[in-house]
Write a new protein. Structure first.
Length: 262
């Protein structure tokens, strides 16, 4: 099992839809995939068609996160939601309770990592959608990962914030020395816009020494926004679209970089 956390402390970079579509693409190729919505906003849950407003806190990982007995964690795990060929641990606003309460817990940075070591079934990939913040939940999401996939919008403002992001991941090596970046994923890309093409080149120049830069995901409002509103991966909502093909190219490139069959 390999765990990747999708993380960028800036919002609005397409992180959640990228997590969803990346996971669906892996599952469509025969891999067993678990998605973990670790953001109290619950957007990944909504983007997959689950009714986050109809869920209670027992459906989330809240009880397992706050459990004081490590040996009792597995018994506190909820059943996953099965949707679009994916397994999902959903999130609701109740998960925000953990943000404050974890501060007083022993091993607070490793709570999610411990949970994933007690999963009742095996997966090929676990993908974690982290909050766009620098709080306790985000630290848990990063420490639980084998490495980090960072979506980066092809906007100068997004690139300008990258030093802070990389510094946080580096500082977490005090907790997890092996933590690093698996790849950077350019998002929101419009190849018709000179600004986007210039920033994409800047991303490749600045970030390639840290980790591979994947092919860009072009922004298609009619595909990405409507797919999220319909609660479907873009490949399900509009199969064969440019948005679906972009994600197929991203996952193929990623698997090849990892030396795995695409």
């Amino acid at each position: 099992m390999t765990t990747y956390t999708f993380f960028n402390h800036a919002g609005g970079v397409g992180k959640t839809s990228a997590t969803r579509d990346f996971g669906y693409e892996l599952a469509s190729r025969g891999h067993r995939v678990l998605l973990v919505d670790f953001d109290p906003q619950g957007n990944l849950t909504s983007f997959l068609g689950a009714d986050k407003w109809g869920l209670n806190q027992e459906a989330t990982l809240l009880a397992a996160l706050l459990e004081d007995d490590p040996g009792a964690v597995q018994s506190r795990l909820p059943a996953t939601i099965e949707v679009h060929g994916l397994s999902l641990y959903p999130a609701t606003i109740d998960l925000a309770i953990a943000e404050a309460q974890l501060l007083a817990k022993i091993g607070r940075e490793r709570r999610l990592s411990n949970i994933l070591s007690h999963l009742p079934q095996t997966y090929d990939y676990v993908l974690i959608d982290s909050p766009p913040s620098l709080g306790t939940l985000t630290v848990n999401a990063l420490v639980a990962a084998d490495s980090v996939i960072t979506p980066v919008a092809t906007r100068f403002k997004a690139v300008d914030g990258l030093p802070g992001l990389t510094r946080m991941v580096n500082e977490l090596q005090w907790v997890k020395p092996s933590l690093g970046f698996a790849a950077f994923l350019p998002t929101m890309y419009d190849q018709r816009n000179r600004h986007d093409t210039d920033v994409l080149e800047m991303i490749r120049e600045q970030l390639a020494p840290l980790a591979p830069v994947l092919p860009p995901v072009r922004y298609r409002a009619a595909d990405h926004n409507d797919a999220s509103m319909s609660g479907q991966p873009v490949q399900v909502y509009k199969p064969g679209s440019e948005a679906a093909r972009d994600m197929a190219q991203v996952v193929t490139a990623f698997l090849e970089l990892r030396g795995q069959p695409a």
